[in-house]
Design a protein around this ligand. Structure first.
Ligand code: FE2
Length: 391
C-alpha cells in the first residue's frame, strides 16, 4: 500500500491511577519510574489546604527524597519555570511531581523542558514550530490534579508567559505529557463551588468541541461522549456538595477524558474564550460556559446528528433527531444555570464596543480552524453578540 493520503494518528499514552486515596500511590509510582529525588511543584494554596501532606508522607514511605517549589502564580511566568528548574538542578532531582490546577501542572511539565534544553523558552513557542526543537528524553513526571477542568495531567502542552514578549505562549510536544496521572477525588474537594462550576464547564466544552471538530478520530469521539455523560451526571452534584466524592471522581474522569479527546481538535468556542481571558481576565471555564450554547447553534446546520448525540448525552429525550439537535444549546444553558454561572458577556463588565477587537483576536486564534463550520471574523463577531445578552 503506497497511498498514505488519508493517514491519521491516534494515540493515548498516559498511565492513569484513579480512586479514593490514590494520591498516596505517588511514592510507589515514583519508584516505578526509577525516581530517587523528587521536585514537588505546587502552590501556596495547595500547601495551605493540606493537600501536600499525603504526597510527602507517601514519598517518605517509599524512600524518595523531596524538595518543594510553591512560588507558582495562576498565570505562570517564565521566571517561575526557570526558578523551579534551578531548584531541580541544585537538589539533583530526577523526577517531577506536579500537584495543583492546570497552571501548576503546566509549570511542572515545562521544568522538565528547562532542565534538558537550552534557554530561552521562547525557542519552543508552538507558534514558530518550536515543538520540533523538543527532542530526546525528559525527566519522568507524575501529575496530580486538584481541579477538574483543563485535563493538563494528560495533555501535551504547557502555557507560560514569556518574558521577551510578555505574551502567554503555548509550548507543545508529545514529550511534555506526564508519565502518570493520579486522579484522587479527595484532592479536588476543597475547590469552591464557583471554581468547580467553571472548571467543570471547561471539561464539558473540551468534550463537546472535540466531538464536533472536523477529523476522523473514533477513539476521541467515544471518549468525548463518555465525558459529556459524566458531566451531565455529576457536574451539578460536584458543585452543590464538594464533599460528594463520587461526583468529584466523575468530574476528574470527565476532565481527563476531555483532554484526551481534544487531541482531535477544539473549535470556535475556545477561539472565542481565549481573548476573553487574555484581554479581560475572565476565567477560561466561565468564558467557555458563556460562549458554548451559541457555538452549538452555529454548528447545528452542518453537523445536526452530532449535536443531537450530544443532546442525548446531556439528558435530552426525544425520538426526533431534529428536536434533539435543536434542544442541545438549551440543555447546556440549563446546566449552566443550575450550577450558578452567569449567562452573558454584558454582566461580566464587557463593553459592546470591545467585541470587534475581540473578534479579530478570536479569528487569529487557531482553535476555530477545526470547527466543523468554517468561521469568518464576522461570524465570530456575530457569536460574541449572540452571547452578549444571552438569556
Ligand atoms: Fe479549555
Amino acid at each position: 500500500m503506497t497511498d498514505t493520503e488519508n493517514l491519521v494518528l491516534w494515540s493515548f499514552p498516559t498511565r492513569v491511577v484513579f480512586g479514593g486515596g490514590a494520591a498516596r500511590q505517588c511514592g510507589v509510582e515514583a519508584v516505578r519510574l526509577a525516581g530517587h529525588r523528587a521536585l514537588l511543584v505546587a502552590d501556596k494554596g495547595i500547601e495551605a489546604a493540606g493537600l501536600l501532606h499525603p504526597i510527602r508522607s507517601a514519598l517518605d514511605a517509599a524512600g524518595i527524597a523531596h524538595e518543594s517549589v510553591l512560588d507558582i502564580s495562576s498565570n505562570p511566568l517564565e521566571s517561575e519555570v526557570l526558578g523551579a528548574a534551578r531548584v531541580y538542578d541544585t537538589f539533583k532531582a530526577d523526577i517531577v511531581i506536579g500537584v495543583g490546577g492546570g497552571s501548576v501542572l503546566d509549570v511542572a511539565k515545562l521544568v522538565r523542558l528547562a532542565v534538558t534544553h537550552p534557554a530561552p523558552l521562547a525557542r519552543y513557542d508552538d507558534a514558530i514550530g518550536g515543538g520540533e526543537k523538543i527532542v530526546g528524553t525528559l525527566p519522568p513526571m507524575i501529575a496530580i490534579p486538584t481541579t477538574a477542568g483543563t485535563g493538563s495531567e494528560v495533555g501535551r502542552s504547557g502555557v507560560v508567559t514569556i518574558q521577551a514578549t510578555n505574551r502567554k505562549t503555548v509550548i507543545f510536544s508529545p514529550l511534555l505529557i506526564p508519565d502518570v496521572a493520579i486522579l484522587d477525588p479527595g484532592m479536588t474537594q476543597t475547590m469552591p463551588p464557583s471554581m468547580s462550576a467553571a472548571t467543570g464547564m471547561d471539561a464539558l466544552t473540551h468534550c463537546v468541541e472535540a466531538y464536533c471538530s472536523s477529523g476522523d478520530h473514533p477513539m476521541a469521539d467515544a471518549i468525548a461522549l463518555g465525558g459529556i455523560q459524566l458531566c451531565h451526571r455529576s457536574l451539578r452534584a460536584a458543585v452543590e456538595d464538594g464533599a460528594d466524592l463520587g461526583a468529584r471522581g466523575d468530574m476528574l474522569k470527565a476532565a481527563m477524558m476531555g483532554a484526551v479527546a481534544f487531541q482531535k481538535g477544539l473549535g470556535a468556542c475556545h477561539s472565542l474564550a481565549h481573548p476573553l481571558s487574555a484581554e479581560l481576565g475572565m476565567h477560561h471555564g466561565l468564558a467557555n460556559a458563556i460562549c458554548l450554547p451559541a457555538v452549538l447553534d452555529f454548528n447545528r446546520s452542518v453537523i445536526p446528528d452530532r449535536i443531537a448525540e450530544i443532546a442525548r448525552h446531556l439528558g435530552v429525550r426525544s425520538d426526533e433527531a431534529n428536536t434533539l439537535s435543536f434542544e442541545c444549546a438549551g440543555a447546556v444553558r440549563a446546566l449552566r444555570r443550575v450550577i450558578g454561572l452567569p449567562s452573558d458577556l454584558r454582566s461580566q463588565g464587557i463593553a459592546e464596543s470591545d467585541l470587534p477587537r475581540l473578534a479579530a483576536l478570536a479569528f487569529a486564534d487557531p482553535c476555530h480552524n477545526l470547527n466543523p463550520r468554517s468561521c469568518s471574523q464576522d461570524d465570530l463577531l456575530a457569536l460574541y453578540k449572540a452571547c452578549f445578552d444571552d438569556a
